[in-house]
Design a protein around this ligand. Structure first.
Ligand code: NAD
Length: 177
């Protein structure tokens, strides 16, 4: 039997409860899901503080915490390309074949639709709080960010001294202004 496979991509800086919700909902519609960790080349900036490897670790542990069957997903770090027009071909080269794309990002939707893919726009859950921007802001200002991410993601972030990294990056980026 041919498996129905879906594709989701996110920077996941960091992985949060919204990502886990959308992955779980997507798995109600397909047999397997290919999860791209986007902008894999970026780390150690305020907008993209975590490495691709750290984000893989966060996501693997979070899906395990949520009892998602490891036979049902592939996690693939994906570097950005300067050329949007050939990005979908680059993604296809790096991933198991899939037919449906699930994304809330309008550029991702457009690029895949132009290449003939079926694109689903999943609803956003509590987008005011469940966003990487909000979580990074709370980490920087000492707010309660742990409530917005799976427990094991908080453990990974604290274990790699993520809060110290982000605070240090903010000093560096302010001094570069
Ligand atoms: P993101 O982490 O903000 O979001 C990823 C996905 O998670 C979204 O599509 C959305 O569906 C879902 N999501 C996020 N918050 C949610 C919430 N609260 N509730 C439910 N779902 C939620 O990442 P992104 O910015 O969308 O990632 C796109 C990636 O694709 C980036 O890394 C970008 O650089 C890459 N990209 C690269 C190129 C290129 O290289 N030329 C072109 C297009 C996109």
């Amino acid at each position: 039997m041919n498996k129905k496979r879906g594709f989701v991509i996110g920077r996941m800086q960091p992985v949060h409860n919204g990502h886990i919700e959308v992955i779980k909902k997507t798995l109600d519609e397909v047999d397997e899901i290919v999860i791209g960790i986007g902008s894999a080349q970026l780390s150690h900036t305020l907008k993209d503080p975590f490495t691709a490897g750290e984000r893989v670790m966060m996501l693997t542990k979070a899906l395990n915490e949520h009892n998602v069957d490891p036979n049902k997903y592939y996690i693939i770090p994906m570097e950005d390309l300067q050329m949007n027009a050939v990005w979908v071909a680059h993604v296809k080269m790096m991933t198991p074949p899939f037919k449906k794309v699930f994304s809330g990002n309008s550029l991702v939707q457009q690029l895949f639709e132009e290449e003939g893919f079926e694109v689903v726009r999943p609803p956003l859950f509590n987008r005011m709080e469940l966003s990487g921007t909000e979580i990074r802001k709370r980490i920087l200002t000492g707010g309660n960010w742990e409530e917005l991410v799976p427990n094991c993601v908080a453990t990974v972030i604290n274990g790699i001294k993520g809060p110290e990294r982000i605070k240090n990056l903010s000093k560096k980026e302010l001094s570069d202004l």
